[in-house]
Design a protein around this ligand. Structure first.
Ligand code: MGD
Ligand code: MGD
Ligand code: SF4
Ligand code: MO
Length: 890
């Protein structure tokens, strides 16, 4: 009898969003991995969203970079590391430390981040290390530092459950922080008197939770909160004692806020005066208020001012740092917060110390015993890449981020990389839009293979733990960085044997000569040993010593980290600029969808996650669409002066008139021309350097397609040549949508190369000249290798049916011919776009069930299972039920 070994369970942390959910990975004796929420983890108490629940579908080795490469050639680690170290050293010797740079990521673990920052700022002696958090959290960091004197998120997740009013500003929690959304939804169900206000130009799925939706004009937030400050002062709602005892600058901030009257605020925000005053009265009347904000606030040319406009209102009412109260900037990436702790931004030092402060510099240098310490801020992301473009930076190392897709001016970023003499990229994949420009590719360990810590939005530090072996020659990022540092001559300072040793040093630095002057202090762990680190459970900072009080909120005592210990009001301008013009009359807003993560390097591997929204799209109001002659499912060209993308039209009244929304996820690996950051200019906030990614003037036009197409293929297709194509993983293969400007082409040849047809494979073709339809299929034995359907209109073939054919067996010629004959899949009910990824339930199925009488989310769950596992789709299910009810009432 075969030996039966028990499954192994490893506690780790989700590598996606900043909620930082605890995950239990279970490894069965046969190696199969399953995941579930960790019931004990204080971030999620067992919940996981659709992305977290599908983590086990993204850990295969398909497409993984498993060996170092120099150019196209596989190289040994020794040769690759020698080349990186010697090129960096030589460049520094010839051109000075400012001629090299690192561009890193909030998806690195704290230990990776710590050594990268130490190498650049202490040993190379430049601060040219910046991170993709510049695109994400920089405005919140700058706003916190202006108001509090340090970068601190005062509250905890429990505050979301304790609040009487939650104001969500530019935050689509339902899709981007789904477990926080669920925690709020559960709290509201228990206390229905709790109120939620959503401030977002779009009526997102999060509106489902909101009692009021304020469809604000792009960048109207400064005016909205300036108006609120004035209103609070006019209605005796300011806590004068608090303001006098614990703050400075109230008079100037109020004067600035009052310089705009209610009519002007209505104009700036695009809201009605009564909408404004209702919101203001609600805010004034609820003492427990939490204002949650993310990219609708941060990613703006006035992002830092927006952050301070929000904080001003919390300071004026003294609602900060106490249960159920406070401004709450939620972080995006799993370790955005950890990166801030180690000083991963070009304008910070380590452990929350400041680069401009000579005492801080001296302290860090003594602690590191380093030859140098950077004495001025380095280049921020957008400027850093401009310096690459104009040759000031001659050697660049990119780790765990994909700037060719995610930075503004994306076309110039790509040109800069092409022009740069030496580009190193550490990534987990062989093919990304960025790594294709690397001179040296270094294989990094991925989630599940690496060990270390991450910090979530509520300052909770959790362990990520390895439960898979390192594949090929992959190495964890911290080790790659230390390997290079040692070869650059810094062996002693980078001789760590494990992440535990790095964490211990990081904890010791946080406590070094601290004495309560710096908020970030985890000194209790400065002596942690390996065994203790291995077993370390999640905890919140601060943790200066082992018997630190359980209360982890900041500022409840009215003490801040400014020199006079008082918080600072900031006077801000409430006027937002208008960017649209006659030629570019629409505002392009960009952001996320529920089931994809950034550039899809992981979620794009999961068939379940790829079916929610299978194509890049532009969401547009039906009236705007009609104005430009666009109908649903058309291909649309969205363009600026110099650049254009092609995406599918999605007509929706959730979208405000005058503005369109395009998701950020589709790259050259998944679509023909859908990199939205090609359109975004390098306009940044003057304080934070964060790009204004959500307010870009564009125009739209229908793409005149002569031919449309749809294909299913069992293997990832090689290069696709079509004006429009979009690729999505499906069960047993891939599905591809096409549109072509011209119909004349050798289509059998196109089909054969798409399918990768082997010689001798069974290739079938069907041509209906009168209808202009052509169909091709190729069989490899009894399996379908690929099928392509072409037509002058969007192809009317059931996608579900076509995908199923990839798993079918075709024993007879008759069955094979049926794939391309008649109207395949006709009469089959389409499931529609996947709503519930856990059980693969589509929008059409839910609509049918609603018609049949299932008019609550629970009833749909009982009938179809939809919404009963991770719950991420419950808002969408409710939306479909409501739409059906409206229809029925008409
Ligand atoms: N599914 C999924 N979840 C994710 C991610 C992902 O890729 N996919 N990424 C993670 C990361 S790194 C981040 S940073 C977070 C981001 O999380 P969010 O900030 O919630 O996400 P976004 O979709 O970028 O933008 C939020 C909203 O801002 C709105 N907005 C645009 N302009 C304005 C404005 O001027 N004012 C206001 N008030 N709102 C505006 C947009 O319409 C959008 O709905 O998500 C994290 N979670
Ligand atoms: N227009 C517009 N642009 C935006 C945004 C927007 O809302 N609008 N949002 C911005 C924001 S908030 C963010 S956070 C960025 C995100 O943008 P990016 O950081 O560019 O996106 P990711 O796809 O997360 O890139 C992570 C890369 O790291 C690799 N990787 C994964 N794990 C590891 C690892 O352990 N080690 C290493 N070395 N590599 C690894 C992945 O394969 C992938 O190539 O996009 C920004 N850009
Ligand atoms: S909310 Fe979802 S994506 Fe975010 S950490 Fe939790 S499981 Fe992961
Ligand atoms: Mo982010």
């Amino acid at each position: 009898m075969a030996e039966v070994t028990d499954a192994r369970v490893v506690n780790t942390t989700c590598p996606y969003c900043g909620v930082g959910c605890g995950v239990k990975a279970e490894i069965a004796p046969d190696g199969n991995v399953s995941v579930r929420g960790d019931g004990e983890h204080p971030a999620n108490f067992g919940r996981l969203c659709s992305k977290g629940s599908a983590l086990n579908e993204t850990i295969d080795l398909e497409g993984r970079l498993l060996h170092p490469h120099i150019g196209a050639r596989r190289a040994s680690w020794n040769d690759a590391l020698d080349l990186v170290a010697s090129t960096f050293s030589r460049t520094i010797a010839e051109h000075g430390p400012e001629s090299v740079a690192f561009y890193v990521s909030g998806q690195l673990l704290t230990e990776d981040y710590y050594v990268a920052n130490k190498l650049m700022k202490g040993f190379i002696g430049s601060a040219n290390i910046d991170t993709n958090s510049r695109l994400c959290m920089a405005s919140s960091v700058a706003g916190h530092r202006r108001a509090f004197g340090a970068d601190i998120v005062p509250g905890t997740y429990a505050d979301l459950e304790l609040a009487d009013l939650i104001v969500l500003v530019g935050s689509n929690l339902a899709w981007c922080h789904p477990v926080l959304y669920q925690r709020i939804a559960a709290a509201k169900e228990k206390r229905p008197e709790m109120r939620v206000v959503l401030v977002d130009p779009r009526r997102t799925m999060t509106a489902d939770l909101a009692d009021f939706h304020l469809p604000i004009r792009a960048d109207g937030d400064g005016a909205l909160f300036a108006g609120l400050l004035g209103w609070l002062a006019d209605h005796e709602a300011v806590d004068r004692d608090y303001v006098a005892a614990h703050t400075t600058g109230f008079g100037a901030a109020l004067a600035a806020a009052r310089s705009v009257c209610l009519d002007e605020i209505a104009e700036q925000t695009g809201l009605q005066a009564d909408e404004l005053t209702s919101f203001y009265a609600l805010f004034a009347g609820a003492s427990k208020v939490v204002t949650v904000y993310s990219q609708g606030v941060n990613q703006s040319s006035t992002g830092t001012d927006k952050v301070n406009a929000i904080i001003n209102c919390h300071l004026a009412t003294g609602r900060i740092g106490r249960p159920g109260m406070g401004p709450f900037s939620v972080t995006g990436q799993p370790n955005a917060m950890g990166g801030r702790e180690v000083g991963g931004l070009a304008n910070m030092l380590a452990a929350h110390m400041e680069i401009e402060n000579p005492d801080h510099r001296d302290r860090v240098q003594r602690f590191w015993r380093s030859p140098f310490i950077a004495d001025r801020p380095g280049l921020k992301a957008v400027d850093l890449f401009r310096a690459v473009a104009d040759g000031r930076i001659k050697a660049l190392w990119i780790m765990a981020t994909n700037p060719v897709d995610s930075l503004p001016e994306a076309a110039s970023i790509e040109a800069a990389l092409k022009a740069c003499p030496f580009v190193v990229v550490s990534d987990v994949l062989t093919q990304t839009d960025t790594i294709r420009h690397a001179h040296v590719r270094l294989p990094a360990a991925a989630w599940g293979e690496k060990d270390g810590t991450v910090t979530n939005s509520e300052r909770r530090i959790s362990r990520q733990r390895a439960f898979l072996p390192l594949p090929g020659e992959a190495r964890p990022d911290w080790r790659i960085i230390c390997d290079v540092a040692q070869r650059m001559g810094f062996a002693n300072a980078f001789s760590y044997a494990s992440p535990a040793e790095i964490f211990r040093e990081h904890a010791a630095l946080s406590a070094f000569e601290n004495g309560g002057t710096r908020a970030f202090d985890i000194g209790a762990l400065a002596g942690i040993d390996l065994a203790h680190f291995d077993g370390m459970g999640p905890f919140q900072w601060p943790l200066p010593d082992a018997d630190a009080p359980a209360e982890t909120r900041f500022f409840g005592d009215g003490q801040f980290f400014t020199p006079d210990r008082k918080a600072r009001f900031v006077a801000i301008s409430a006027i937002a600029d208008t960017r649209t013009s006659r030629d570019f009359p629409l505002i392009l807003n960009t952001g996320r969808v529920r089931d994809h993560w950034h550039t899809m390097t992981r979620t794009g591997k999961s068939a379940r996650l790829s079916q929610h929204l299978a194509e890049p799209f532009v969401e547009i109001h039906p009236e705007d669409a009609a104005r430009y002659g666009i109908v649903d499912a058309d291909i649309v060209r969205v363009s600026t002066m110099g650049h254009a993308i092609l995406v599918r039209a999605l007509l929706s009244t959730r979208q405000a008139r005058g503005s369109v929304f395009v998701p950020i996820h589709w790259t050259d690996q998944f679509a023909a021309r859908a990199r939205v950051d090609i359109l975004v200019p390098g306009l940044t906030d003057p304080h934070s350097g964060q790009p204004a990614s959500k307010h870009v003037p564009v125009r739209v036009a229908r793409f005149e397609a002569a031919l449309y197409g749809f294909a299913v293929v069992n293997e990832h297709p090689p290069m696709i040549e079509a004006d429009y194509w979009a690729l999505a993983k499906c069960r047993a293969g891939w599905r591809v949508e096409f549109a072509f400007a011209k119909a004349d082409r050798d289509w059998p040849l196109f089909a054969a190369s798409l399918f990768g047809c082997a010689a001798g494979a069974d290739f079938l073709a069907y041509n209906d000249a009168t209808a202009g339809q052509q169909r091709f299929a190729c069989f490899d034995g009894q399996r379908l290798a690929g099928a392509l359907f072409l037509a002058p209109q969007p192809v009317a073939v059931s996608r579900d049916w076509a995908v199923e054919q990839l798993s079918a067996e075709f024993a007879s010629q008759r069955a094979r011919v049926a794939v391309i004959a008649g109207r395949p899949g006709r009469g089959l009910a389409e499931r529609g776009a996947t709503v519930c990824s856990c059980f693969g339930v589509g929008a059409n199925q839910i609509a049918v069930a609603a018609k049949a009488g299932c008019v609550t989310v629970e009833a749909i769950g009982q009938t179809l299972q939809a919404g009963t596992n991770c719950g991420s789709c419950r808002a969408e299910i409710k939306g479909i039920i409501n739409a059906y009810r409206l229809q029925a009432a008409e």
